[in-house]
Design a protein around this ligand. Sequence first.
Ligand code: ADP
Ligand code: ADP
Length: 225
Amino acid sequence: AAVLEVAGLVKRYGDKTALDGVDLEIRSGEMVALLGPNGAGKSTLMQLLTGLFVADQGSIRVLGHDMRSAAPRALASLGVVFQQFALDLDLSVRANLLFHTDLHGLPRPLALSRIAEGLAAVGLADDASRPVRALSGGNRRKVELARAMLHRPRLLLMDEATVGLDPVSRRQLTQAVVDLCRQHGVAALWTTHLVDEVAQADRVLVLHRGQLRFDGDIPACLART
Ligand code: ADP
Ligand code: ADP
């Protein structure tokens, strides 16, 4: 089943066309890397997918829910990790995560069990009570990944999520994402410039000047270049 369906997406900033008619579909469990040079429109696409901006033309559907007419349902099916950190440094890991589960209306007992499970999955089972400030950048990012999954989204979106992390944290984070996709059928779409993070993908999308220039698997992508 399609988790994400994007059709004819156009986004302009003034007279600059950042996305120029993008069509794509992502299915349950697929792991997709979004590539392209600076200015290609990757961040713009991610921002439209998360409802931060509205497209000038075209449509976005998440699990069949239209981002315009059914935004709350569409957004409830998304998990998001972006380059910019978004955690309250002074609060504990658990308090940060409870804010998210409250936002999504999860009852406390369920929230606490999912938080424990989610932190265990990223190797931070013992850190729930620590202030986020005490965690390394890599561990903060793992907390953000755990948070992104607490409401059980079907599509995980990550925009340059490993930038600035040490290589060990990067690998652990990538592995956690692969596990989510393989074990729970979560689909993932991520932007990256790193070859080893592209290599994890089932499928590669290449954006250039706002248009999708390639959509296929890695062997086909290599054969073309
Ligand atoms: P990428 O993430 O691939 O580097 P972006 O989506 O950031 O690409 O940018 C696509 C194009 O849109 C670029 O030409 C960029 O300068 C322009 N752009 C991006 N964001 C804005 C904005 N908020 N206002 C105006 N122009 C923007
Ligand atoms: P398993 O027992 O299959 O190895 P767990 O149930 O322990 O996996 O969960 C591993 C990770 O996946 C945890 O982060 C958990 O929060 C998350 N998770 C579990 N079920 C789902 C689901 N249906 N959708 C998304 N994430 C899930």
